[in-house]
Design a binder for this molecule. Structure first.
Ligand code: SAM
Ligand code: DTB
Ligand code: SF4
Length: 376
């Protein structure tokens, strides 16, 4: 559905963020970027129910607590990746059940995006098992088309394609990319025991390129890699002190993959998951916290506790990237109904809407004809 609105005639931030609770109705202290590790550790160590109570209070200052963002994932290029991320089924270094496939065609992606939208998702995320985009000119052009088309359906569009240069980030932004997922995964100290083929600083460089291009950043981590509490605090310390907090912080629980070095890891305790979510909610109050991989291992009441602690997004649908998520969107809708939750509209998060408005303003300045404003 398209609303034909001249991008010059109304303030675009308002046009995109029509569903946000007016900021005047909430008290929003400004966000901090000077967190000390010992401060974050002290928050993390708070007795758990007390911590959840505090996080729930912060959550209500910045977000509508009845809203959960539903996002659908699609793997557009599976397996055969040269990196050695020790948790990943798509690394060519390990013998896993995942078989490598070429970049998929455009139409099946658009079909999946249409279906995701029909099922209530307002963000569509496309993943590719690549270190970077070097030597992939035609593949990248295909992805730019996918981004343009999915955005044209009115959804937020996210991709996760490995490392990006500033120029690639600029092209993705111009095509309409809303967000880019690039996880730090864990603390700076623990990271080299998980991945050796690219450095923490290289990850931070990609995140900077994304942010500088005006794309919303989605960057989080995985729990259950064998890290300690200090490493979970270290991850939160890194993201909470970025020049801008990532608009989205995914929290994955390791899905153990046969054939990878971490296949026999103990599952992370639900208390640790909740504690991590609550701590991140307090240090990054305006960020959307995304309950990501491993959600299918949680009981409904455990998921509800994650929402209470500040999580406000999930990946819905039957599939993550290479593993089943066993959560059908109909089940998700029923679960949300039982807890009085509702789906978020696209561009409900004001900072994300603002970045999209800037893209539309720039496009309107470059072309004198009014461009249509997709909505959902
Ligand atoms: N190749 C790109 C990259 O690494 O940025 C994009 C895809 S990658 C699969 C996206 C993220 O999924 C990883 O950074 C990691 O945090 C998460 N992930 C991958 N495999 C996982 C697993 N087995 N369990 C939990 N999370 C996982
Ligand atoms: C993220 O942080 N988690 C998602 C998404 N970003 C791309 C991926 C989870 C992958 C889970 C394991 C798999 O299915 O291969
Ligand atoms: Fe490749 Fe990404 Fe998997 Fe690492 S996480 S092996 S970069 S697909």
């Amino acid at each position: 559905m398209f609303r034909s609105i001249s991008t010059r005639s109304i303030p675009l931030t308002r046009a995109l963020a029509t569903h946000a609770v007016p900021s005047a109705t909430r008290t929003r202290p400004s966000t901090r970027h000077d967190w000390r590790k010992d401060e974050i550790q002290a928050i993390y160590d708070t007795p758990l129910l007390e911590l959840v109570f505090r996080a729930a209070g912060v959550h209500r200052q910045y977000h509508d607590p009845s809203k959960i963002q539903l996002c659908t994932l699609m793997n557009i290029k599976t397996g055969g990746c040269t990196e050695d991320c020790s948790y990943c089924s798509q690394s060519s270094r390990y013998s896993t059940p995942t078989k490598a496939q070429r970049l998929v065609d455009i139409e099946p992606v658009l079909e999946a995006a249409r279906k995701a939208k029909e099922n209530g998702s307002t963000r569509f995320c496309m993943g590719a098992a690549w270190r970077d985009l070097a030597g992939r000119k035609r593949g990248f052009e295909k992805i730019l088309t996918m981004v343009r088309e999915v955005r044209g359906m009115g959804m937020e569009v996210c991709t996760t394609l490995g490392m990006l240069s500033p120029e690639q980030a600029r092209q993705l932004k111009e095509a309409g990319l809303t967000a880019y997922n690039h996880n730090l995964d864990t603390s700076r100290e623990f990271y080299p025991t998980v991945i050796t083929t690219r450095s923490y600083d290289e990850r931070l460089d990609t995140i900077s390129a994304v942010r500088d291009a005006g794309i919303s950043v989605c960057s989080g981590g995985i729990l259950g890699l064998g890290e300690t509490d200090a490493d979970r605090v270290g991850l939160i310390y890194e993201v909470s002190n970025m020049p801008e907090h990532p608009e989205s912080f995914p929290v994955n629980a390791l899905v153990p993959i046969e054939g990878t070095p971490l296949e026999k890891n103990e599952p992370v305790a639900v208390h640790t998951l909740i504690r991590t979510i609550a701590t991140a909610r307090i240090t990054m109050p305006a960020t959307i916290i995304r309950l990501a991989a491993g959600r299918n291992t949680l009981a409904e009441t455990e998921q509800a506790m994650c929402f209470m602690a500040g999580a406000n997004a999930v990946f819905t649908g039957e599939q993550m990237l290479t593993t089943p998520s066993d959560v059908h969107c109909i089940q998700d809708k029923a679960m949300m109904n039982r807890w009085g939750l509702d789906g978020m509209r696209s561009f409900e998060q004001v900072s994300v809407a603002k970045k999209e408005a800037e893209r539309l303003e720039a496009a309107a300045t470059a072309s004198p004809t009014p461009s249509p404003l997709p909505s959902s």
